[in-house]
Design a protein around this ligand. Structure first.
Ligand SMILES: [Zn+2]
Length: 361
């Protein structure tokens, strides 16, 4: 039985840092365990210019503990204000303001926290997408449809399936060379699609810890596990677990760690987003251990993500140890706001125990 595992320090391909006191509280937690992270741009207002990304990157760096080499990798939000010229600026060498833009994120209108600035259909953004395709800028997709062709709201459990079946084929057809990452896959049909069509450096997918760990029955009554895309059935979860178990080079970790204050998370309706920065790495190890696939963990956490973004791997390492622990305390911001974590014993699905830990953390 493996009791410890040492891997290259990991790459989080999807994290939300928010702003202000929340940012100051959560950035050090990601920096403690991860080497780099792709930072989501759905702040308020959104990050839609290189200039605002420069300012945001400075705010993040100011929250990284001194001497910690953690590197935030910045993205832009695909709003109607984002121009092809801004894509060029974001990929300039040397980068404008020292801030290279690593990807553009698309949120469907009304999908999740601060998603009201997005296009109703990704296909409307053709000039920007054409420029991204030309220059090799990755598009990160929150792939869900919320309104069908007749203008009716769709069942939120079916939004991802509709996107994969209806929107994605048209997007791939129109922009065959566009680099695309399907973020936070949550359904059987999406897992099957990426297993068939995925290609390293071209068409990839990120997976969260919570979509690997829970099913709809467990998650639906728990505000802590409320997120978009919604956590789906056991069959969906098992198919996503089978996908990561295969160790494919185009599937990798993106925690989608998304902190919300306790007051918003536990009110009705609760905010969408699972805060996992302090526990995600350990929970991924737990899942890969359960799947007897610990030999695939390093590629999933530390190799496949940087490869998609054209970055070298990290040489620093981190060691995980198989040892039970429980989480009972929230993270508290300097304003006294409490933020509860994925895996919490009280707010999770009941007396949860994490099976792996990082001894030095
Ligand atoms: Zn997200």
């Amino acid at each position: 039985m493996t009791d410890t595992i040492t891997i290259k320090k990991s790459f989080d391909a999807h994290v939300h840092f928010r702003q202000g006191a929340m940012l100051k509280a959560v950035v050090p937690l990601t920096a403690a365990k991860w080497s780099r992270a792709i930072v989501m741009p759905n702040t308020e207002p959104p990050i839609e210019t290189v200039e605002t990304a420069v300012t945001y990157k400075k705010e993040i760096f100011a929250a990284v503990p001194k001497g910690n080499p953690f590197e935030p990798l910045m993205t832009l939000y695909l709003t109607k204000n984002l121009s092809p010229a801004e894509i060029e600026k974001g990929m300039a060498d040397p980068p404008a303001g020292g801030c290279k833009i690593h990807a553009v994120k698309s949120y469907p209108y009304g999908a999740t926290t601060n998603s009201q600035w997005g296009y109703r259909s990704i296909l409307e953004a053709k000039d920007v997408l054409k420029k991204m395709e030309e220059l090799g800028m990755p598009l990160l997709l929150h792939g869900e449809v919320h309104v069908n062709k007749s203008g009716e709201e769709v069942d939120p459990y079916e939004g991802e399936q509709l996107f994969i079946q209806d929107v994605l084929p048209r997007l791939l057809d129109k922009f065959p060379k566009l680099k695309i990452s399907l973020e936070h896959l949550s359904s059987k049909i999406a897992a099957e699609f990426i297993e068939r069509n995925g290609k390293a450096g071209q068409l990839v997918a990120t997976i969260t810890p919570h979509h690997l760990l829970y099913s709809r029955e467990e998650a639906a009554p728990k505000p802590l596990l409320r997120c978009k895309p919604l956590i789906k059935t056991r069959a969906d979860r098992e198919r996503i677990r089978a996908l990561v178990q295969r160790g494919l080079p185009f599937v990798f970790a993106g925690t989608d760690s998304a902190p919300h204050p306790e007051s918003k998370k536990f009110s009705s309706p609760g905010a969408y987003g699972v805060f996992s920065a302090p526990t995600a790495l350990e929970l991924y190890a737990q899942v890969f251990d359960e799947l007897a696939a610990l030999d695939k963990l390093e590629n999933f956490l530390s190799v496949n993500g940087p490869r998609f973004y054209g970055l070298t791997g990290c040489e620093e390492t981190i060691t995980l140890e198989k040892k039970d622990w429980q989480i009972e305390e929230p993270v508290v911001t300097e304003e006294g706001v409490r933020v509860w974590l994925l895996g919490d014993r009280q707010h999770g699905v009941g007396n949860e125990t994490l099976r792996w830990q990082i001894p030095s953390a």
